[in-house]
Design a protein around this ligand. Structure first.
Ligand code: KE4
Length: 427
């Protein structure tokens, strides 16, 4: 595959942009390849600057559930920008999208729009701390909630329950307020809470982990977190930036029937434009400035173009049968790839929740970060490069989620499965 122009651009980009990219995973470093630069997309296909076309299973890391350039969204955003791109003032569009989110997610009685998932989780944590008057937070290894200081923290070694920075630049004084438990392990949560009784403001969790690959919650895990939070007066935050409107119109909380106190959203509700959001019960949300004392703000929060794209996206998602059709496509693809690995006698562990799926390069079950980290990342990298050469654009890391859109055709799904078989055989 000729990628001459991408290589030229990557060389130029590295002069002016750290690592040549504006978000690290895009650099393809963990898959031993140079990134292809994309010039356009339509439906389930993306096209690089050398005019190579790929079936896209990254979908901008989740937003593109309808596929790229859906005509209804393109038309609406084109019309919107003719009335202005940003006012820094309230608009009807923000009220409309807020009403749609509240209607879709019953646990959300009020919602605040921001411009990224990181802003959403960072702000939700501040609000939980303001509401409870407590400082500590609890997260899970392998879960990612954006790059706010208090979230770039890993478990302290040994008996120490406090966190240690997971990135240079994060002060240890910040990290010590973050406790890290094991996903799908309620005993690890109980142990940390026992050592910090009355001091934990919130537990933040991806109800379906999507940032260590796709790892579903085991039966009883989410329900157990809900019970622990009820008992301890802790705010349960579902980080649904990825799962919101992805695994169901009402998100993972609808799918699993567990109600959080707060929810963070992003990706799909912006239809590909920069949006994040956080919401929850009125008694909590009302503490947010200007109705309350917990400060939070944003120049482009509720941006009219992003609101327009989000509104049009949700209108299409709430149409009858959308998720059933997406489920059929997703099942066919994930089952086909798993069958291809078996017929190639290459053992993998496959997971899927709705249109989120992952192929873990390990024969064993993956249910938390430790078991995910046991994967053969070198083999995954070889498989990724093989699939890319076959014109299949997967997430460039073993520890990411692949996404199916409603635009993926049966032909493309069959082509992907055939390519996977060849690439498993080549390992
Ligand atoms: P952003 O700040 O990137 O909009 O959202 C952060 C975030 C928060 N919560 C969850 C569950 C997320 O998955 C994310 C971001 N997801 C990654 C994909 N693994 C974004 C891709 C990237 O970092 O470039």
């Amino acid at each position: 595959m000729d990628t001459t122009r991408s290589k030229e651009l990557f060389s130029r980009a590295q002069e002016y942009i750290p690592g040549g990219v504006n978000s690290p995973v895009r650099a393809f470093r963990s898959v031993g390849a140079d990134p292809v630069f994309i010039k356009g997309a339509s439906g389930s296909t993306i096209t690089d600057v050398d005019d190579n076309q790929y079936v896209d299973y990254v979908g901008s890391w989740g937003p593109m559930i309808l596929g790229h350039c859906h005509p209804q969204i393109v038309a609406a955003v084109k019309s919107a920008i003719e009335h202005g791109s940003s006012f820094g003032a309230p608009t009807e569009l923000e009220v409309t999208l807020a009403e749609m989110v509240v209607e879709a997610v019953p646990s959300i009685e009020m919602v605040r729009m921001v411009s990224s998932g990181t802003e959403a989780t960072m702000s939700a944590i501040r609000l939980a701390r303001g509401y409870t008057g407590r400082d500590k937070i609890l997260k899970f290894s392998g879960c990612y909630h954006g790059h706010a200081d208090s979230l770039l923290v890993k478990a302290g070694s040994g008996a120490a329950t406090f966190g240690v920075p997971d990135s240079p630049g994060v002060p240890s004084d910040f990290a010590k307020h973050t406790l890290t438990a094991k996903f799908n392990d309620l005993e690890s949560v109980k142990a940390l809470l026992a050592g910090n009784s009355g001091n934990v403001a919130c537990i933040i969790v991806e109800p379906v982990a999507g940032n260590m690959g796709t790892v579903p919650p085991r039966d009883g895990f989410l329900e157990g977190l809900r019970t622990l939070c009820n008992n301890e007066g802790i705010i349960l935050i579902f980080d649904e930036v990825m799962t919101g409107f992805r695994v169901a119109y009402g998100g993972a909380q609808e799918l699993y029937g567990v109600t959080p106190d707060m929810t963070t959203l992003g990706k799909i509700i912006g239809g590909g434009l920069p949006v994040g959001a956080f919401g929850g019960r009125k008694e909590i949300m009302r503490l947010l400035s200007p109705s309350g004392g917990v400060y939070q703000a944003g120049t482009l929060s509720g941006n009219p173009l992003a609101m327009t794209a989000g509104i049009e996206t949700l209108k299409l998602l709430r149409q009858d049968g959308f998720y059933a059709r997406l489920e059929e496509k997703s099942r066919a693809l994930a089952d086909g790839i798993a069958a291809a690995s078996r017929s190639a006698s290459y053992p993998v562990y496959s997971t899927r929740v709705g249109s989120m799926f992952c192929t873990f390069f390990t024969p064993g079950e993956v249910f938390d970060w430790t078991t995910a980290a046991a994967c053969d990342t070198a083999a995954f990298s070889k498989y990724f490069r093989c699939m890319l050469n076959e014109g299949i654009y997967l997430a460039p890391s073993q520890f990411e989620t692949a996404f199916v859109s409603i635009a993926h055709t049966d032909t493309e799904i069959e082509r992907t499965i055939a390519a996977a078989h060849r690439c498993f055989k080549a390992l």
